[in-house]
Design a protein around this ligand. Sequence first.
Ligand SMILES: [Zn+2]
Length: 404
Amino acid sequence: MLTAHNSSGQRVCLADERIRTKVKELRKVEDFFCPECGCRLVLKLGDKKAWHFAHEHRSSCSDYKRETLYHLSGKKRIYEWLKRWDISPEIEPFDPICRQRPDVGFCWNKKKYVVEYQCSPIPETLFLKRTNVFFENDYYPIWILGGNQLKRLKNNVVSLSAFHLLFTHLLRGQEVLIVYCPVTKQLIILHQLVPISTRKFLCSFYINTLEYLKPSSFLPDLSIKQPFILNWVLELKRFKDRLSTGPGAYNNCFLRTLYQNRLNIHLLPPQLGVPVKNSLLIETPPLIWQTFLFIDVFQHHKAGQLISLSSLIEAFSKRVRKKEILLRRLPLVKTRNPGEAVLSYMEILTILGYFKLVNNSMFQLKKPITISGSIPEKIKMERLFYNQFGLQIETAYHSTKSFY
Ligand SMILES: [Zn+2]
């Protein structure tokens, strides 16, 4: 940590240049204490960049605050950046009411913000507890992920764990992850996140040097849309291959359900496993939850028959209750409901002409989804499907409008 109290209760901050110049003398005459738990702190003066305070003895307060040089310098840079723009940030402000000491706090347009910069995993319960305490006390928490946590697999493919996804913010209606690396000094915003499997995501990267950004443009223009459908087709095929040949295949509930329904994963039609808006809210891969909807609802209907939205939501919820579909917890995206992903799926199937919206709660099946009899037939069907509809699927994915 960069802040401490001296014996008369005054704040000593190592991010402050005036303190840094006289800190060696201060150490001889002062004792330092943790603003949060009151325990004695020691001043660590090694490499100048890494000057910090640490608890003399391990305490519950220091458990999650053990900081690396990476974290310390990132936090300091974020603080200095805000300071440069006259935002008057405070480093490690301690709020005695909510008993939290976030990395940085500041006021902006009459709103209170805290920045939590996290460069190592913490338990989800702790993340949720801290986030809720902030919200309850009218702070908006900006959780920023350390660049050291980012695992970019390919140009537009990234691997994200459940922990990483907790950092999902809603920015102008879009789910994004904010990442900062103090080594490259880059701010990275992951946007257009399209889940393929539980951990693998297609995404776009916005990268800029933090120093070059104004706080008002900290929220960059993310409206430039990148085509992703070719990548999607490729990665979905990989996902199917891995799922069917992986070590857990024999016990996999989804594969078992396919088998019981005389379905083969390699013959599933392209309408099952479509990238749809809001699918980030569901941890289970889109191929799986969409195929469950087919098995539970679509396949029992003929052309012309009606399907109610409530029956779709009920079928989906039943699989959720049985834990065959897992939902994702996104504590910073509180306004979204996983049912919206089902709606987005129905919306795209309607746009593509498989359903017709009769009224707000009823769909009519226009064109039944059929299963191919052979791999060559399926490949042909898939090619036709994406040639015909690829662009529409992308447009619907990026669209902020919905027909509701
Ligand atoms: Zn403490």
